[in-house]
Design a protein. Structure first.
Length: 83
């Protein structure tokens, strides 16, 4: 199964990326995911079910301990089988 995850972390700071946003970017970019798109107002990535769920677990744990007060997260099934 293939999944797409979309997420944002808050609070926002338009002047400088907060620590939790930097951590979120690092987690997603270093995960074994493909089609990664990291932006200032939202982030998306795709991959296999195990890879996405592992990345989401790490993402939530790390951004919450890095100052995020809210994480908006959506996971969609986008296909069956490998890429």
């Amino acid at each position: 199964m293939r999944l797409r995850v979309e997420f944002t972390t808050e609070p926002f700071d338009l002047d400088e990326a907060p620590a939790h946003a930097v951590v979120a970017r690092e987690v997603i970019q270093n995960a074994e995911l493909d089609a990664v798109d990291v932006g200032p107002f939202g982030n998306t990535a795709e991959g296999g079910v195990d890879e996405v769920l592992t990345a989401v677990d790490s993402l939530l744990r790390r951004v919450l301990t890095s100052g995020a007060t809210r994480v908006s997260l959506q996971v969609n099934v986008i296909g069956e089988g490998p890429k």
